[in-house]
Write a new protein. Structure first.
Length: 142
């Protein structure tokens, strides 16, 4: 299937927010791919949750977490290579409900995967459950 760009899973946005993570595909390769890059705003909520988890684990203090989040948000919003998808639409919700019926229980993953399907974007993820979600979805609805 042809896609009109790449939808980055939350993990691929974490480095922009100063959170080090090992990624299968280096972010600089994606940034220089020439593809249109998208993210769902639900990832911004998930990133905030990641920061709060790091605070609870005492890996960062709350003040630094808040500062880093705002800094990352400013960087992301100012970078013209990134475009925001709709947070949700009736079509995204319908697909997300089907993904839930298929056993995809994580809300953030469901919304991101549904967005990739509805918006015809290739999902860039390291999450094994999500890698072939479009194919599984198409098989499920037949």
């Amino acid at each position: 299937m042809n896609h009109r760009g790449l939808l980055l899973d939350t993990s691929y946005l974490l480095p922009i927010f100063g959170i080090d993570i090992s990624l299968e595909m280096p972010l600089n390769v994606i940034l220089n791919s020439g593809q249109s890059l998208f993210y769902n705003p639900v990832s911004l909520i998930e990133i905030k949750w990641v920061y709060y988890k790091l605070v609870r684990m005492k890996r960062i203090d709350l003040r630094d977490a808040r500062k880093n989040y705002i800094l990352g948000l400013n960087i992301l919003k100012a970078d013209e290579r990134f475009r925001e998808t709709p947070l949700t639409t009736p079509a995204i919700e319908r697909v997300a409900d089907i993904l839930h019926d298929m056993g995809l229980n994580d809300y953030f993953d469901r919304m991101i995967a549904a967005t990739s399907i509805v918006e015809k974007l290739k999902l860039i993820t390291d999450d094994q459950e999500l890698k072939y979600i479009r194919e599984k979805y198409l098989k499920f609805i037949k």
